[in-house]
Design a protein around this ligand. Structure first.
Ligand SMILES: *[C@@H]1O[C@H](CO)[C@@H](O)[C@H](O)[C@H]1NC(C)=O
Ligand SMILES: *[C@@H]1O[C@H](CO)[C@@H](O)[C@H](O)[C@H]1NC(C)=O
Ligand SMILES: *[C@@H]1O[C@H](CO)[C@@H](O)[C@H](O)[C@H]1NC(C)=O
Ligand SMILES: *[C@@H]1O[C@H](CO)[C@@H](O)[C@H](O)[C@H]1NC(C)=O
Ligand SMILES: *[C@@H]1O[C@H](CO)[C@@H](O)[C@H](O)[C@H]1NC(C)=O
Ligand SMILES: *[C@@H]1O[C@H](CO)[C@@H](O)[C@H](O)[C@H]1NC(C)=O
Ligand SMILES: *[C@@H]1O[C@H](CO)[C@@H](O)[C@H](O)[C@H]1NC(C)=O
Ligand SMILES: *[C@@H]1O[C@H](CO)[C@@H](O)[C@H](O)[C@H]1NC(C)=O
Ligand SMILES: *[C@@H]1O[C@H](CO)[C@@H](O)[C@H](O)[C@H]1NC(C)=O
Length: 610
């Protein structure tokens, strides 16, 4: 209704607008074509793509202030989450912005009744032919092909009328490149431990102790094969029975055609969570042609679905019987080459965010185990994705991301992609976004140490952003840490950037079920769902007492809630041919504040002692 009305008004005013002359245009954004993409031909003018125009938000600073107010335990409005209407009012574009962009579209013969909007209208979404887009953006699109034969239609540079530069943040798809073939996060699959049928069963290891309940960690944990019971014992959730599973909610995200396999989920529960009812299952939502591929009958299906199986089984095993959702998103994301990413591993976050922001009741905690080198993601895109994540935070959602599996950067790849190949650590995105909670990994028990695996080069991810400045909530912790390491690796990282990880959890040799078989996996992909699940149970305790769920965790975490975490003091986040960042007492850049102790966090949170 509103859309129609606005469209009519703008259509009336826009009818007089004339097309902008080329001389009124200036380059808005430019990026070199990544080396693995070869230009092969001009794009067909009639080819249609969905153009997304990210409009300048009216008051993002206001939104950020609100986010910090409702997430800061010291603030009187702590816990008073914003409604979607409140959020939309803050991020909506100015009428000026909307009408300037509408005039421009209409001046180029784009009918406003073809145009769609995000709920706050900060995105304009319109399907257009390449010919029309070339005129709009004063550019030329080409077909590019990579070594796998994947083709995309892109342009390295686009322009906008100068008068629009201040109204528009980002336009897509333009100067980023995606490879739908191999967009997989480096995933550490311990093949060396697998038997003839790709099966790993720890010899003589009793990995299910259905009757066990207690705190004797050595009785249930074998660090060469980490079970769900070990995690529940180690992090003190083993005796907790969720009180309001139908009021609470947790979700995981899946990209890259990954399916969380329901059959494997139930086999996992029957082996590792024998008290769970097999009626328990996650609810599956596909977004933008995401995949829910349950029926294929194969005994072994490559490495696809490892991630989604790991995430779903880890979370379900810990939070059972809490409401649980899986979001599987299709679509293809932006890409910018760098040496650590020979093929595209970006994910279509914007598509997912657009869906989530339109929900009236998004889940309270959401785990995402995907990411990429920050420098491979165009700044304009990263900035807007991170800003859209702040909207979910303001509405009380805890977004949990894994920190990456290459330490401070994989050996031999740590150079800038600005053409100068300057040596530097390579931070990851979205791990580097200040509005999410980023989880690194540990291994071993009593004591846990910073995770690594010499067999596959895996080291828990760590870094300081080159895109996002350090948020105030972590000033004291990070300054203290940087002071303590002196000039170690000085010049290789950005001392003013947002630092991660924030916390850690086990991320080594998880036993999960894949195509019916027990297999072992490494990765911060293990750590993010584990931390998410523990925080989900804290939310259960809060909701049961009529209190607000944790929401965006970091302000509370860095003030007092870190007292509920076990400090990790041994090991390093190696990488870039260096010793990387060492763990030490208190906050550090290898393990953040450490691993969650559910009973302690619950006591602090329900006691109001954040
Ligand atoms: C996902 O599956 C679709 C068809 O089901 C295919 O066209 C596409 O290439 C796949 N993408 C990836 C990244 O595997
Ligand atoms: C742990 O598992 C390994 C096999 O992965 C086994 O050799 C070892 O004996 C186990 N340790 C204990 C204490 O059970
Ligand atoms: C914990 O379990 C181990 C292995 O089963 C056992 O040897 C040890 O005595 C137990 N410790 C306590 C304090 O019960
Ligand atoms: C799901 O897992 C079952 C085994 O539990 C397997 O037979 C089936 O092929 C899997 N489905 C897909 C689509 O991979
Ligand atoms: C799945 O959705 C149904 C209907 O909304 C709900 O009753 C059920 O509890 C959900 N299950 C889980 C595990 O979230
Ligand atoms: C860094 O390590 C990689 C692999 O370990 C090696 O190939 C490369 O030569 C090393 N680079 C430097 C500068 O030492
Ligand atoms: C490379 O370094 C020079 C000197 O520091 C700088 O002026 C130039 O902008 C850099 N090149 C790129 C592509 O950023
Ligand atoms: C360091 O981070 C800041 C943001 O905190 C950014 O403005 C600056 O460009 C970064 N420096 C480099 C060399 O990337
Ligand atoms: C990376 O380089 C460091 C320091 O040179 C070395 O200790 C480590 O083993 C290397 N890691 C890999 C996976 O090659």
């Amino acid at each position: 209704m509103k859309t129609t009305l606005l469209s009519l008004i703008c259509a009336a005013s826009g009818a007089l607008a004339a097309p902008h002359r080329r001389s009124e245009y200036a380059v808005k954004d430019s990026h070199a074509v990544p080396s693995q993409w070869k230009q092969i031909a001009r794009a067909p003018k009639e080819h249609t793509v969905t153009l997304r125009i990210g409009l300048k938000q009216n008051d993002f600073d206001g939104l950020e202030r609100e986010l910090y107010s409702v997430s800061d335990p010291a603030h009187e409005r702590y816990g008073q989450r914003l409604s979607s209407d409140d959020v939309n009012k803050l991020v909506a574009p100015d009428e000026d912005t909307l009408s300037a962009v509408h005039d421009w579209l209409e001046g180029n013969s784009v009918r406003l009744d073809q145009v769609d909007y995000s709920p706050s209208r900060d995105w304009i979404i319109v399907p257009l032919s390449i010919g029309d887009i070339e005129t709009l953006l004063d550019t030329e699109y080409h077909i590019y092909e990579n070594a796998e034969g994947t083709q995309v239609v892109r342009t390295p540079q686009y322009s906008l009328p100068k008068s629009l530069h201040r109204h528009v943040d980002v336009v897509q798809p333009t100067n980023y490149f995606s490879d739908t073939e191999a967009m997989r996060k480096p995933f550490k699959f311990s093949k060396m431990h697998l038997g003839p049928h790709h099966e790993f069963v720890p010899p003589g290891y009793k990995w299910n102790h259905p009757k066990y309940s207690g705190t004797n960690i050595t009785a249930v944990c074998n660090e060469s094969a980490v079970t769900n019971l070990c995690l529940r014992t180690l992090y003190n959730t083993v005796d907790y029975v969720p009180q309001v599973p139908e009021l609470n909610s947790v979700a995981l995200t899946a990209y890259l055609n990954e399916t969380a396999n329901i059959s494997d989920f139930h086999i996992f529960l029957s082996r590792q969570r024998a008290d769970a009812s097999l009626d328990y299952t996650f609810n599956y939502t596909t977004i933008a042609d995401g995949i829910d591929f349950q029926s294929l009958e194969t005994t072994y299906y490559g490495e696809r679905d490892l991630e989604a199986n790991l995430d779903s089984q880890t979370i379900g095993g810990i939070v059972y019987p809490t409401e649980f959702k899986v979001y599987s998103t299709g679509g293809s994301p932006p890409f910018k080459a760098d040496e650590n990413t020979p093929t595209d591993t970006n994910e279509p976050y914007l598509t997912w965010l657009a869906y989530m922001l339109a929900l009236e009741n998004p889940p309270h905690t959401i785990s995402t185990s995907y990411g990429d080198d920050e420098q491979s993601v165009p700044y304009s895109y990263a900035k807007r994705v991170c800003a859209d994540m702040a909207q979910l935070g303001a509405r009380g959602v805890s977004l949990i991301f894994s920190s990456g599996d290459s330490g401070v950067g994989a050996n031999g790849t740590c150079v800038s992609n600005d053409g100068n190949s300057t040596r530097k650590f390579l931070p990851a995105f979205p791990a580097s976004c200040p509005y999410v909670t980023t989880v690194g990994a540990t291994r071993n028990v009593e004591p846990e140490v910073v995770a690594y695996d010499v067999s596959n080069g895996y080291v828990t991810g760590s870094g300081l952003s080159n895109y996002f400045p350090r948020p105030a909530y972590q000033n004291a912790a990070v300054e203290g840490y940087l002071d303590s390491i002196g000039d170690l690796h000085a010049g290789l990282f950005n001392t003013t950037g947002r630092a991660y990880p924030d916390i850690a959890a086990q991320g080594f040799h998880y036993v999960i079920v894949y195509a019916g078989l027990n297999i072992l996996l490494d990765g911060t992909s293990c750590a993010a769902p584990t931390a998410t699940a523990v925080l989900t149970l804290v939310n259960d305790a809060l909701l049961a007492e009529g209190k607000a769920p944790l929401g965006f965790l970091n302000p509370a975490l860095y003030s007092k809630l870190h007292l509920g975490f076990t400090d990790i003091t041994i090991g390093n986040a190696f990488g870039c041919n260096t010793s990387g960042f060492p763990a030490q007492q208190g906050y550090d850049l290898a393990s953040g504040w450490g691993t969650p102790d559910f009973l302690k966090i619950k006591a602090l949170a329900t006691g109001g002692q954040y």
